[in-house]
Write a protein that binds this ligand. Structure first.
Ligand SMILES: Cc1nc2ccc(C(=O)NCC(C)C)cc2n2c(-c3cc(OC(C)(C)C)ccc3Cl)nnc12
Ligand SMILES: [Mg+2]
Length: 326
């Protein structure tokens, strides 16, 4: 499935420190989508190395190289839910581990599971939210296929106890990448942030791991406006083609997927108000340095408010033909 030359290259090259790929690589203000896609496998290898995961979990160079390339190939090419989404999600996970010193809050095996889950969490996504079956289960199944492929099992040198633990963690984390699940645990997360995080409680560690996964999944919204507006265009290409497909089948798509009816700025403001900001407010209560990211989200929301005002004044019709350069 992956070219032996690519595996060979990634197995034998010197592993650079992430800051060699970009001086600001570890900064929350850095926009990971600026890295050319053909350098992202090397960047993943550099992150595994800098997080000391290769040594700690005795992962062979051949194995990590093949794993990264197999995961990248496991993604399809919808406008948003593609490999670059997975890469940016894992890159934010790396930044949080480094900036928040997560090794003090979570077990090594939980950090390892979280980072691997970030890379794999949307594998084989078709760019549609399949209303019927939970997509997350499918992404976990696809992840297991890769781990069971010869020479791709990054967990191969773990003890049988750790092996079982890491698979359970990866399953729970990937199955948590679902809006319904996130809404379900938000009450518990708010309580946790009010009473304070207790790393000795497995319940608190599980809740925090889910919140960190969601934060990584939403991290495009914490980046500078230029990144956020490009990502919105991608998500709408994906949403509107789902709506087009549903119309072709004679179904009436939700307004958000309907290019004739969707009000893009309003949907983005709603998404930030009801999903992104509440999650990052809880995160900020547990980790004060996350204030920088929460502020960046508010800045992006202000941009959408300005555009929304522009739409109200200038255009009465739909917004799907709009560009967002105000
Ligand atoms: C830029 C951007 N706009 C979005 C606009 C609307 C919605 C949406 O679903 N609205 C309906 C709700 C509020 C009832 C999602 C959007 N979205 C996501 C996203 C996040 C998800 O949530 C988890 C899994 C917790 C991360 C799950 C799926 C997706 Cl596509 N990622 N980026 C975006
Ligand atoms: Mg995702």
């Amino acid at each position: 499935k992956v070219s032996p030359d690519d595996v060979q290259g990634l197995s034998t090259c010197d592993i650079p420190h992430p800051r060699m790929l970009d001086a600001d690589f570890v900064q929350f203000s850095y926009a990971p989508r600026l890295l050319p896609e053909d350098r992202t496998p090397l960047a993943c290898l550099a992150m595994f190395e800098d997080l000391n995961l290769l040594t700690r979990w005795r992962i062979r160079r051949e194995t990590i190289a093949r794993f990264i390339l197999m995961v990248k190939k496991g993604y399809r090419n919808p406008p948003y839910h593609n490999w670059m989404h997975a890469y940016t999600v894992a890159q934010y996970c790396y930044q949080m581990v480094k900036n928040l010193k997560l090794e003090k809050c979570l077990e090594d095996i939980e950090i390892f599971s979280l980072f691997v889950s970030c890379l794999c969490h949307d594998i084989d996504h078709r760019g549609t939210n399949n209303h019927f079956q939970t997509a997350a289960r499918h992404h976990f199944a696809q992840t297991m296929c890769i781990l069971n492929t010869e020479g791709c099992n990054v967990f191969e040198n773990l003890s049988s106890k750790d092996y079982q633990t890491v698979l359970d963690l990866v399953r729970d984390i990937i199955l948590a990448t679902d809006l319904q699940h996130h809404f379900k645990i938000m009450k518990n997360l708010t309580e946790l942030s009010n009473r304070g995080y207790d790393r000795t409680l497995v319940r608190d560690r599980k809740l925090l791991t889910c919140l960190l996964m969601t934060a990584c999944d939403l991290s495009d919204q914490t980046r500078p406006w230029n990144n956020t507006k490009k990502v919105a265009a991608l998500i709408y290409k994906e949403f509107f083609s789902q709506g087009d497909m549903e119309k072709a089948r004679g179904w009436q798509p939700d307004q958000m997927y309907d290019r004739e009816k969707a009000h893009i700025p309003a949907v983005q403001i709603g998404f930030l108000d009801f999903v992104v900001l509440p999650a990052f407010r809880v995160l900020e209560k547990i980790f004060p340095p996350m204030k920088e990211c929460a502020d960046s989200i508010k800045n992006n929301k202000d941009h959408w408010e300005q555009i929304s005002e522009l739409v109200r004044i200038k255009h009465s019709g739909s917004t799907s033909h709009m560009t967002f350069d105000e």
